[in-house]
Design a protein. Structure first.
Length: 272
């Protein structure tokens, strides 16, 4: 009887060791050929608090054009938007106020829509943790009598400055404001340089955080028509934004996103 019991124990031990060895081999193989661990994977292994996975608990607001408007928030969809990837990376809610054809200067929807400055709904409700302005691609032109005409540098500069000043005025200091360089595909490189320079200069003049996007959409396979992102393009643009948000914000050297948010919440609580 004792021999049978010992025999069973030996068999069970052998099976357990075999399973453990198999699992180790499998994990080793995955580590060798798989992708690098994600931020979420690293946090889970290190046992970091859930709050660390969402450094922006008050969510993200995006004002933009068709590069935002034409896309959805459905994981696995080939039309998942760059803003969806960003929000899901941080596990935070996102609200978008975007319209195809629009910009700082140009109204969307065939010259019958609205410009960024007319979207006052973006400022309603609690202030978000992050406010992102994505646009400028359409501002090479403006509308005159229902048709597109080339825009002047002065007109674009005036429209960009007006909107960025409005955002600064409406958002509290606890909101991090990002101004994206106009995401631009490979078409019309001269207009890209012209409009991007105006947006860049205006953002710096207003003391806002400017995020260049050059290289995100102007590579092969990143757009479907020279303008609008493929899934690869949306992912590339999301990577640019995530890289910017993971860096310390201007004026808060050395602070992580979690520390910035804690400081912002404390300041907001004191102001109440």
């Amino acid at each position: 009887m004792a021999r049978r019991t010992l025999h069973r124990h030996v068999l069970v031990s052998a099976l357990v060791l075999g399973l453990l060895a198999s699992l180790a081999i499998t994990l080793g193989h995955q580590g060798a050929v798989g992708s690098e661990p994600t931020v979420a994977d690293q946090q889970a292994v290190l046992g970091e608090p859930v709050a660390a996975r969402n450094p922006f608990p008050r969510g993200i607001v995006v004002v933009g054009d068709s590069i935002t408007a034409r896309y959805d928030d459905e994981p696995g969809s080939r039309h998942q938007g760059w803003w969806s990837f960003v929000a899901r990376h941080y596990d935070t809610p996102v609200r978008t106020y975007a319209q195809s054809g629009s910009g700082y200067l140009r109204p969307g929807m065939g010259c019958t829509g609205d410009t960024f400055v007319q979207r006052r709904a973006a400022f309603r409700g609690p202030a978000p943790s992050v406010f992102i302005v994505e646009g400028g691609r359409n501002d090479w032109a403006s509308c005159a009598e229902g048709r597109l005409v080339p825009s002047s540098d002065a007109a674009v500069q005036q429209a960009v400055t007006r909107y960025l000043r409005l955002v600064k005025r409406r958002m509290p200091e606890s909101t991090r404001i990002l101004v994206l360089g106009p995401p631009w595909g490979p078409t019309e490189p001269w207009q890209q340089r012209r409009v991007t320079s105006i947006v860049h200069t205006a953002a710096l003049r207003e003391g806002l955080e400017y995020v260049p996007t050059r290289g995100a959409l102007d590579r092969h396979g990143r757009t479907v028509d020279g303008v609008h992102p493929t899934l690869s393009g949306s992912l590339a643009l999301a990577d640019v934004v995530v890289d910017a948000l993971d860096r310390p914000a201007p004026g808060t050297p050395g602070l992580t996103a979690v520390e910035r948010e804690s400081t912002a919440r404390a300041a907001t609580d004191r102001a109440r």
